[in-house]
Design a protein around this ligand. Structure first.
Ligand SMILES: [Zn+2]
Length: 282
Protein backbone atom coordinates (compact mmCIF):
# COMPACT_ATOMS: atom_id res chain seq x y z
CA UNK A 1 0.00 0.00 0.00
CA UNK A 2 1.30 3.45 -0.95
CA UNK A 3 1.88 6.00 1.79
CA UNK A 4 0.49 9.49 2.06
CA UNK A 5 3.23 12.02 1.38
CA UNK A 6 1.34 15.19 2.12
CA UNK A 7 -2.08 16.53 2.99
CA UNK A 8 -2.78 20.17 2.16
CA UNK A 9 -5.87 22.05 3.20
CA UNK A 10 -7.19 25.27 1.64
CA UNK A 11 -10.23 27.32 2.48
CA UNK A 12 -12.68 29.16 0.27
CA UNK A 13 -14.77 30.94 2.90
CA UNK A 14 -16.43 27.86 4.37
CA UNK A 15 -19.00 28.14 7.18
CA UNK A 16 -17.57 29.98 10.20
CA UNK A 17 -18.57 26.95 12.27
CA UNK A 18 -15.93 24.85 10.56
CA UNK A 19 -12.71 24.58 12.56
CA UNK A 20 -9.80 23.64 10.31
CA UNK A 21 -7.43 23.25 13.32
CA UNK A 22 -9.83 20.61 14.67
CA UNK A 23 -9.82 18.82 11.31
CA UNK A 24 -6.01 18.84 11.39
CA UNK A 25 -6.08 17.46 14.95
CA UNK A 26 -8.45 14.71 13.91
CA UNK A 27 -6.04 13.74 11.11
CA UNK A 28 -3.19 13.77 13.60
CA UNK A 29 -4.99 11.09 15.59
CA UNK A 30 -4.67 8.85 12.54
CA UNK A 31 -0.97 9.65 12.27
CA UNK A 32 -1.20 12.23 9.45
CA UNK A 33 0.26 15.68 9.53
CA UNK A 34 -1.81 18.03 7.43
CA UNK A 35 -0.76 21.52 6.47
CA UNK A 36 -3.18 24.44 6.23
CA UNK A 37 -2.34 26.67 3.30
CA UNK A 38 -4.87 29.36 4.05
CA UNK A 39 -7.23 31.01 1.67
CA UNK A 40 -7.31 29.51 -1.81
CA UNK A 41 -7.63 32.87 -3.53
CA UNK A 42 -4.56 34.16 -1.69
CA UNK A 43 -2.62 31.00 -2.49
CA UNK A 44 -3.36 30.56 -6.18
CA UNK A 45 -3.08 33.72 -8.26
CA UNK A 46 0.31 35.39 -8.69
CA UNK A 47 -0.97 38.63 -10.15
CA UNK A 48 -4.10 40.71 -10.53
CA UNK A 49 -4.60 39.36 -14.05
CA UNK A 50 -4.38 35.80 -12.81
CA UNK A 51 -6.87 36.58 -10.04
CA UNK A 52 -9.31 37.99 -12.56
CA UNK A 53 -8.84 34.97 -14.81
CA UNK A 54 -9.46 32.58 -11.90
CA UNK A 55 -12.67 34.43 -10.97
CA UNK A 56 -13.75 34.36 -14.63
CA UNK A 57 -13.25 30.61 -14.89
CA UNK A 58 -14.98 29.86 -11.60
CA UNK A 59 -17.94 32.01 -12.65
CA UNK A 60 -17.99 30.01 -15.88
CA UNK A 61 -18.67 26.78 -13.99
CA UNK A 62 -22.00 28.01 -12.62
CA UNK A 63 -24.89 25.83 -13.65
CA UNK A 64 -27.37 27.74 -15.76
CA UNK A 65 -30.03 25.03 -16.03
CA UNK A 66 -30.12 22.13 -13.59
CA UNK A 67 -31.76 19.85 -16.14
CA UNK A 68 -28.97 19.99 -18.71
CA UNK A 69 -25.30 19.21 -18.24
CA UNK A 70 -22.69 21.91 -18.66
CA UNK A 71 -20.66 20.84 -21.71
CA UNK A 72 -17.95 23.40 -21.20
CA UNK A 73 -17.03 26.34 -19.03
CA UNK A 74 -19.08 29.27 -20.32
CA UNK A 75 -18.06 32.88 -20.71
CA UNK A 76 -19.54 34.86 -17.83
CA UNK A 77 -20.52 38.52 -17.95
CA UNK A 78 -18.42 41.20 -16.24
CA UNK A 79 -21.09 41.47 -13.57
CA UNK A 80 -20.84 37.75 -12.84
CA UNK A 81 -17.04 37.97 -12.66
CA UNK A 82 -17.35 40.89 -10.21
CA UNK A 83 -19.71 38.84 -8.05
CA UNK A 84 -17.26 35.96 -8.17
CA UNK A 85 -14.39 38.19 -7.06
CA UNK A 86 -16.46 39.34 -4.10
CA UNK A 87 -17.17 35.70 -3.19
CA UNK A 88 -13.50 34.79 -3.55
CA UNK A 89 -12.52 37.58 -1.20
CA UNK A 90 -15.16 36.72 1.36
CA UNK A 91 -17.20 39.85 0.75
CA UNK A 92 -20.09 38.20 -1.05
CA UNK A 93 -22.03 35.06 -0.39
CA UNK A 94 -22.76 32.40 -2.95
CA UNK A 95 -26.20 31.38 -1.67
CA UNK A 96 -28.49 30.20 -4.42
CA UNK A 97 -25.68 29.54 -6.90
CA UNK A 98 -24.91 25.98 -7.94
CA UNK A 99 -21.59 25.16 -9.60
CA UNK A 100 -20.71 22.20 -11.78
CA UNK A 101 -18.44 20.28 -9.39
CA UNK A 102 -16.48 18.42 -12.04
CA UNK A 103 -15.70 21.53 -14.09
CA UNK A 104 -14.79 23.38 -10.93
CA UNK A 105 -12.48 20.54 -9.91
CA UNK A 106 -10.82 20.30 -13.37
CA UNK A 107 -10.29 24.03 -13.48
CA UNK A 108 -8.77 24.11 -9.98
CA UNK A 109 -6.62 21.07 -10.77
CA UNK A 110 -5.08 22.92 -13.69
CA UNK A 111 -4.41 26.06 -11.66
CA UNK A 112 -3.01 24.23 -8.66
CA UNK A 113 -0.90 21.79 -10.67
CA UNK A 114 0.77 24.76 -12.39
CA UNK A 115 1.51 26.37 -9.05
CA UNK A 116 2.83 23.31 -7.15
CA UNK A 117 3.49 20.63 -9.84
CA UNK A 118 5.66 18.47 -7.56
CA UNK A 119 2.66 17.94 -5.26
CA UNK A 120 0.31 16.83 -7.98
CA UNK A 121 1.18 13.15 -8.06
CA UNK A 122 0.00 10.12 -6.14
CA UNK A 123 0.32 10.20 -2.38
CA UNK A 124 -0.56 13.88 -2.14
CA UNK A 125 -3.98 14.99 -0.95
CA UNK A 126 -5.41 18.46 -1.52
CA UNK A 127 -8.62 19.38 0.30
CA UNK A 128 -10.56 22.56 -0.31
CA UNK A 129 -13.27 23.56 2.16
CA UNK A 130 -15.73 25.85 0.46
CA UNK A 131 -19.10 27.45 1.08
CA UNK A 132 -19.86 27.04 -2.61
CA UNK A 133 -22.67 24.64 -3.41
CA UNK A 134 -21.68 22.30 -6.22
CA UNK A 135 -23.44 19.46 -7.94
CA UNK A 136 -22.93 16.69 -10.45
CA UNK A 137 -25.22 15.78 -13.30
CA UNK A 138 -26.59 12.29 -12.85
CA UNK A 139 -29.66 10.16 -12.47
CA UNK A 140 -31.01 10.68 -8.98
CA UNK A 141 -28.45 8.65 -7.10
CA UNK A 142 -28.56 10.98 -4.17
CA UNK A 143 -31.64 12.58 -2.73
CA UNK A 144 -31.34 16.29 -2.43
CA UNK A 145 -33.44 19.05 -1.05
CA UNK A 146 -33.34 20.92 -4.32
CA UNK A 147 -36.45 20.20 -6.36
CA UNK A 148 -37.83 17.34 -4.28
CA UNK A 149 -41.43 16.49 -4.76
CA UNK A 150 -42.70 14.67 -1.69
CA UNK A 151 -46.16 13.81 -3.01
CA UNK A 152 -46.57 10.04 -2.81
CA UNK A 153 -47.85 9.71 -6.36
CA UNK A 154 -44.75 11.44 -7.62
CA UNK A 155 -42.24 9.80 -5.35
CA UNK A 156 -38.74 11.21 -5.45
CA UNK A 157 -37.79 12.21 -8.96
CA UNK A 158 -35.14 10.02 -10.52
CA UNK A 159 -34.66 12.08 -13.62
CA UNK A 160 -31.34 13.21 -15.01
CA UNK A 161 -30.40 16.51 -13.48
CA UNK A 162 -27.84 18.16 -11.24
CA UNK A 163 -27.71 16.91 -7.67
CA UNK A 164 -26.01 18.90 -4.94
CA UNK A 165 -23.08 17.14 -3.30
CA UNK A 166 -21.23 17.36 0.01
CA UNK A 167 -17.93 16.14 -1.33
CA UNK A 168 -16.27 15.64 -4.66
CA UNK A 169 -13.34 13.30 -4.17
CA UNK A 170 -10.30 13.55 -6.42
CA UNK A 171 -7.51 16.06 -6.89
CA UNK A 172 -8.32 18.46 -5.43
CA UNK A 173 -11.13 17.15 -3.22
CA UNK A 174 -13.86 19.69 -2.69
CA UNK A 175 -15.89 19.65 0.51
CA UNK A 176 -18.84 22.01 0.83
CA UNK A 177 -20.19 23.42 4.08
CA UNK A 178 -23.35 24.36 2.14
CA UNK A 179 -23.54 20.92 0.54
CA UNK A 180 -23.76 19.28 3.96
CA UNK A 181 -26.88 21.39 4.63
CA UNK A 182 -28.51 21.15 1.20
CA UNK A 183 -27.52 17.83 -0.34
CA UNK A 184 -28.57 15.09 2.11
CA UNK A 185 -32.31 14.73 2.47
CA UNK A 186 -34.12 15.77 5.62
CA UNK A 187 -36.68 13.45 7.22
CA UNK A 188 -39.45 12.44 4.79
CA UNK A 189 -42.16 14.07 6.91
CA UNK A 190 -40.26 17.34 6.67
CA UNK A 191 -41.05 17.52 2.96
CA UNK A 192 -44.69 16.63 3.53
CA UNK A 193 -45.01 19.46 6.00
CA UNK A 194 -42.99 21.79 3.80
CA UNK A 195 -45.51 21.37 0.98
CA UNK A 196 -48.43 22.15 3.29
CA UNK A 197 -46.59 25.06 4.91
CA UNK A 198 -45.96 26.52 1.47
CA UNK A 199 -49.58 26.01 0.43
CA UNK A 200 -50.76 27.77 3.55
CA UNK A 201 -48.23 30.56 3.02
CA UNK A 202 -46.64 29.84 6.40
CA UNK A 203 -43.09 30.80 7.33
CA UNK A 204 -40.70 27.91 6.63
CA UNK A 205 -38.43 28.92 9.51
CA UNK A 206 -41.20 27.64 11.83
CA UNK A 207 -40.88 24.27 10.18
CA UNK A 208 -37.10 24.35 10.61
CA UNK A 209 -37.67 24.97 14.32
CA UNK A 210 -39.84 21.86 14.60
CA UNK A 211 -37.07 19.77 13.08
CA UNK A 212 -34.19 21.63 14.70
CA UNK A 213 -31.31 19.30 15.52
CA UNK A 214 -32.41 16.67 13.00
CA UNK A 215 -30.43 18.16 10.14
CA UNK A 216 -27.23 20.16 9.75
CA UNK A 217 -27.67 23.91 9.50
CA UNK A 218 -25.33 26.53 7.99
CA UNK A 219 -23.83 27.60 11.31
CA UNK A 220 -24.12 24.19 12.93
CA UNK A 221 -21.58 23.42 15.65
CA UNK A 222 -21.50 19.80 14.43
CA UNK A 223 -20.13 20.72 10.98
CA UNK A 224 -16.48 20.09 11.92
CA UNK A 225 -17.09 16.58 13.29
CA UNK A 226 -19.33 15.61 10.38
CA UNK A 227 -16.94 16.92 7.72
CA UNK A 228 -13.99 15.09 9.34
CA UNK A 229 -15.66 11.91 8.09
CA UNK A 230 -15.83 13.33 4.57
CA UNK A 231 -12.12 14.14 4.79
CA UNK A 232 -11.54 10.44 5.49
CA UNK A 233 -13.66 9.55 2.43
CA UNK A 234 -11.44 11.81 0.31
CA UNK A 235 -8.31 10.14 1.74
CA UNK A 236 -9.64 6.62 1.12
CA UNK A 237 -10.61 7.57 -2.41
CA UNK A 238 -7.10 8.80 -3.10
CA UNK A 239 -5.44 5.76 -1.54
CA UNK A 240 -7.75 2.94 -2.64
CA UNK A 241 -10.06 4.32 -5.33
CA UNK A 242 -13.09 3.70 -3.11
CA UNK A 243 -14.29 6.38 -0.68
CA UNK A 244 -17.19 4.32 0.68
CA UNK A 245 -17.90 1.43 3.04
CA UNK A 246 -21.04 -0.75 3.04
CA UNK A 247 -21.01 -1.01 6.81
CA UNK A 248 -23.79 1.37 7.99
CA UNK A 249 -21.92 2.14 11.19
CA UNK A 250 -18.65 3.08 9.46
CA UNK A 251 -18.15 6.82 8.84
CA UNK A 252 -17.25 6.01 5.21
CA UNK A 253 -20.85 4.86 4.68
CA UNK A 254 -22.47 6.66 1.75
CA UNK A 255 -25.25 8.46 3.62
CA UNK A 256 -28.09 10.05 1.69
CA UNK A 257 -30.14 11.24 4.64
CA UNK A 258 -29.39 13.83 7.26
CA UNK A 259 -30.40 11.29 9.90
CA UNK A 260 -27.75 8.84 8.65
CA UNK A 261 -25.15 11.59 8.67
CA UNK A 262 -26.00 12.53 12.26
CA UNK A 263 -25.62 8.89 13.19
CA UNK A 264 -22.46 7.77 11.38
CA UNK A 265 -20.57 10.78 10.02
CA UNK A 266 -21.05 12.73 13.26
CA UNK A 267 -19.72 9.81 15.29
CA UNK A 268 -16.74 9.60 12.94
CA UNK A 269 -15.88 5.98 13.76
CA UNK A 270 -14.25 3.79 11.14
CA UNK A 271 -15.10 0.10 11.02
CA UNK A 272 -12.38 -2.34 12.04
CA UNK A 273 -11.34 -3.08 8.47
CA UNK A 274 -10.92 0.61 7.60
CA UNK A 275 -9.21 1.32 10.91
CA UNK A 276 -6.59 -1.24 9.99
CA UNK A 277 -6.28 0.12 6.46
CA UNK A 278 -5.80 3.74 7.48
CA UNK A 279 -2.86 2.80 9.70
CA UNK A 280 -1.02 1.52 6.65
CA UNK A 281 -1.30 4.91 4.89
CA UNK A 282 0.56 6.98 7.45
ZN1 LIG B 1 -15.63 0.77 6.86
Amino acid sequence: MAKIEGIFIYSDYPSKSLSIPKIINCLKEYGFSAQYRGDLFEFLPESKDEAFDLARRIAGTRILDITSPLDEIHEPTYEEIDLEISRLTGKGISLGVLYDGLWLQRMLYKNMAEKVPHEFRSGFIHLIFTSRLFGTYETGGSLTTLPLDPRPDRGYPRSQRYHARVVLTGIPSLISTSGIVEAPARPKEYYWLKASFMQAGKDLSELDLIYKGRFIEYDDSRITSVLSSYVLQAIFYEMTGNPFCDNPSCCLYNSHWQEEILKVQLGGELCEEHRDMIKSFS
